[in-house]
Design a binder for this molecule. Structure first.
Ligand code: PLP
Length: 400
């Protein structure tokens, strides 16, 4: 009898781990490594949010809460959905978990049976397909193209849906491309979904507040209220409030799904950290003015990186509307050889040679399901980004 479960065999080791491990090894060996792989803002959690957590500790608000969130936080989440998204949820339609990742995991574990299909546009956040597989489902990957702004068309969605489709995972703004869907682009997709009442929508809105150039964020249940009772609208405080380590994510959805997710959470982690929940109440109910300042910083960094990378012969770097990533193509560099003699056969070889020869760590496109590309996170200082882009330029000009 095998000791490890068959379930585990369905999950690939994270392809990003290889690059991260190599970066750590090079750093430990004394190399000057610039990491552009992090999926988190470099800002500190704002002071008023930190103070709310300190108050919770000092006042002894440190006991267990209801497994899927305390009433004060569920009220704050309902108010947020009303304020930002015109979505009216009641507290029993809200689930709070240890990060958006746990909420996603609960939803899929609560609903997927063997053979159930989940439609995932590529490029995708690396966790979607593997969580689907861990939960026993089949990930149906639908490629998009750079020419289409990395956005899924209505026709491609229609073609991917079968009688076995249980979920469609939608992520805007996207990790890894930063692509964000307009109201009309979402409408085209919701029109398809209206024709397939057995398909549920999981809308991952975690980068909602990181959009630029006047872009107006929208989410499927807001665009098409008829989908409200089969949509799980997922969000969290990690990216918006620079709170990745506090581990609070949340979702609004139909009462029976939320109850099923609660059952799972009550038998796994119980409630997310009570102290973090009080911090999240302050994040959602407190002042929001710093978001504008953060957006201005991110847009400056985005423009810096896009103009530097797009100017490199062989790299094509589109301007994303949101998140803090760019996803350039290296189609023009495939087949060339680096100064140290590495053949750039694909984006994984590119990322590895770039790291070994220049110390710049990026994540290769195959990890996100669409090649030949790489992902740069620009959630780091202007000086670091300028130096990293200069090294990438030198590396590329040294290719033969
Ligand atoms: C697209 C996307 N969704 C969800 C998450 C989960 O974030 P958390 O678990 O910190 O809430 C991430 C984090 O990287 C992400 O990029």
């Amino acid at each position: 009898m095998a000791f490890l479960s068959d379930r585990l065999a369905r999950v690939k080791p994270s392809p990003t781990v290889a690059v991260t491990t190599l970066a750590q090894q090079l750093k430990a060996a004394g190399r000057d490594v610039i990491g552009l792989g992090a999926g988190e803002p470099d800002f500190d959690t704002p002071e008023h949010i930190r103070q709310a957590a300190v108050r919770a500790i000092d006042e002894g608000r440190t006991k267990y809460t209801a497994p899927d969130g305390m009433p004060e936080l569920k009220e704050a989440v309902c108010a947020k959905f009303r304020r930002d998204n015109d979505l009216v949820y009641t507290p029993e339609q809200i689930s709070v978990g240890t990060g958006g990742k746990q909420v996603l995991f609960n939803a899929l574990l609560a609903t997927l049976n063997p053979g159930d299909e989940v439609v995932i546009p590529a490029p995708f956040w690396v966790s979607y397909p593997d969580i689907v597989r861990l939960c026993g489902g089949e990930a149906v990957i639908v490629p998009t193209t750079m020419a289409d702004g990395f956005k899924l068309s209505a026709e491609a969605l229609e073609a991917a849906i079968t009688p076995a489709t249980k979920w469609f995972i939608f992520n805007s703004p996207s990790n890894p491309t930063g692509a964000a869907y307009t109201h009309d682009e979402i409408r085209a997709l919701t029109q398809v979904l209206l024709r397939h009442p057995h398909v549920h929508v999981l809308s991952d809105d975690i980068y909602e507040h990181l959009t630029y150039d006047g872009f107006r964020f929208a989410t499927p249940a807001q665009v098409e209220p008829a989908l409200m009772d089969r949509t799980l609208t997922l969000n969290g405080v990690s990216k918006t409030y620079a709170m990745t380590g506090w581990r609070i994510g949340y979702a609004g959805g139909p009462v029976d799904l939320i109850a099923a997710m609660r059952k799972i959470q009550s038998q796994s982690t119980t409630n997310p950290s009570t102290i973090s929940q009080w911090a999240a109440v302050e994040a959602l109910n407190g002042k929001q003015d710093f978001l504008e300042e953060n957006r201005a910083i991110f847009v400056r960094r985005r423009d810096l990186v896009v103009s530097a990378l797009d100017a490199i012969p062989g790299i094509d770097c589109p301007v994303p509307q949101g998140a803090f990533y760019v996803y350039p193509s290296i189609a023009g560099l495939i087949g060339r050889r680096s100064a140290a003699g590495t053949l750039i056969a694909d984006d994984e070889a590119f990322a590895r040679a770039l790291l070994e020869e220049t110390g710049v760590a990026v994540v290769f496109g195959a990890a996100f399901g669409l090649s030949p590309c790489f992902r740069v996170s620009y959630a780091t200082s202007d000086d670091t980004l300028t130096e990293a882009c200069a090294r990438i330029r030198r590396f590329c000009s040294g290719l033969s």
